[in-house]
Design a protein around this ligand. Structure first.
Ligand SMILES: NC(=O)c1ccc[n+]([C@@H]2O[C@H](COP(=O)([O-])OP(=O)(O)OC[C@H]3O[C@@H](n4cnc5c(N)ncnc54)[C@H](OP(=O)(O)O)[C@@H]3O)[C@@H](O)[C@H]2O)c1
Length: 333
């Protein structure tokens, strides 16, 4: 697969693999052995960039996903870039399927997190370590200082911010150069395009999470789709509601017609659109299925010209669209 550079020197496959949904947020966890096989198939196909987080757990193991990724990547450790995240925990008292998040980036908490992640990932260093959410109780400069220390100690090699704002990017980067941000970005969620100038000025990559609007942009869901209550976040996501599916038909038709002209699939158009927009955008779609893993990797070969991207942007700005999931509630404690 084509490679891209995040920040100054982090070389990753143009499409990464988001591993979260194998353990968390998309219904009961998938079979571990099957997912281990899928991750090794991903490496064979050319994915070398795998994303997880300390917090992606199951009802029986709060850190299941990191352990899964660590186990699956053991034979390939030196061939792959592993990203993981620190700095949030779930509010266990929250009864919603998507529990609220409690940010906690106190230096002593980060120190404990990094040791746990290294152990579960079975590695002596993390290639890209993100602050999962900003903690209003800890200045971002202090977090950046901890990252600089972890880099000096060799425990991490690069760092980044998730759901970053321009202010935090600038403050953080001034203390310890930021390699990438990881923010929500898809045809249905374009609010962070506002960050493109600062990312270009400071040479920081943009890793796009939920690039398929949680799968909705595949067009594989309709008003009859149902999701496991209690474990599947899609059961509460606005884009999957029956009225939203209806409202989004024009968008799905647009994707289908572009897919036909480019001999691609709607998913490939969604991913190619962002990759062709900026050379520093790297989507990390998640899947539990081999055929989709292959399809998503194939999007790196679909080329849209800048003119086509701009025209598409114009249509996207005008076309009728439902609300899209914007993330779980954050509680500041
Ligand atoms: N930093 C953060 O706060 C944050 C938040 C959310 C996610 N993330 C990261 O971003 C990654 C991706 O985000 P996401 O999983 O929320 O959303 P996504 O990648 O937009 O969508 C994932 C969903 O799309 C489906 N899908 C994937 N490829 C498909 C294809 N070719 N055709 C049809 N359906 C397809 C998957 O279903 P199947 O499994 O059935 O294929 C899955 O349900 C996560 O794994 C995680 O690593 C980070």
């Amino acid at each position: 697969m084509e490679q891209r550079i995040l920040g100054k020197d982090l070389k990753v496959s143009a499409v990464g693999l988001g591993c979260m949904g194998m353990s968390h947020a998309y219904g009961s966890p998938a079979d571990k052995d099957e997912m281990c096989r899928l991750i090794s198939q991903a490496v064979d196909i050319g994915y070398n960039f795998l994303d997880t987080a300390e917090i992606y757990g199951t009802s029986t193991d709060p850190h299941d996903n990191e352990s899964l990724v660590g186990k699956a990547l053991k034979p390939y450790r030196n061939k792959v870039i592993i990203s993981t995240k620190f700095g949030i925990r779930f509010d266990e008292n929250d009864k919603n399927v998507n529990h609220a998040l409690i940010p906690d980036s106190r230096p002593e908490v980060i120190r404990k997190s990094v040791e746990g992640s290294l152990k579960r990932l079975g590695t002596d260093h993390i290639d890209l370590y993100y602050q999962h959410r900003f903690d209003p109780n800890v200045p971002i400069e202090e977090v950046a200082g901890v990252m600089a220390d972890l880099i000096k100690e060799g425990k991490i090699t690069h760092w980044g911010l998730s759901e970053a704002t321009e202010e935090n990017i600038r403050k953080a980067n001034a203390v310890c150069p930021v390699t990438a941000i990881q923010n929500r970005y898809s045809m249905m969620a374009r609010q962070y395009e506002i960050l493109f100038p600062v990312l270009e000025e400071l040479r920081i990559g943009f890793v796009a999470f939920s690039p398929l609007a949680n799968g909705f942009l595949s067009g594989k869901y309709n008003e009859n789709s149902s999701f496991e209550k209690g474990t599947d976040y899609r059961s509460v996501m606005p884009q999957f509601k029956a009225e939203a599916v209806k409202k989004n038909q024009k968008l799905l038709e647009l994707l289908n017609s572009l897919a036909n002209t480019k001999n691609a699939t709607p998913v490939q158009i969604s991913l190619a659109w962002m990759m062709c927009k900026k050379p520093y955008i790297v989507p990390i779609p998640g899947t539990r299925k081999l055929d989709r893993l292959i399809e998503n990797a194939g999007s790196a070969e679909i080329k849209l010209t800048q003119k086509e991207v701009t025209e598409l942007d114009k249509i996207l700005a005008e076309i009728e669209m439902s609300e899209v999931f914007g993330g779980s509630k954050i509680i500041n404690k």
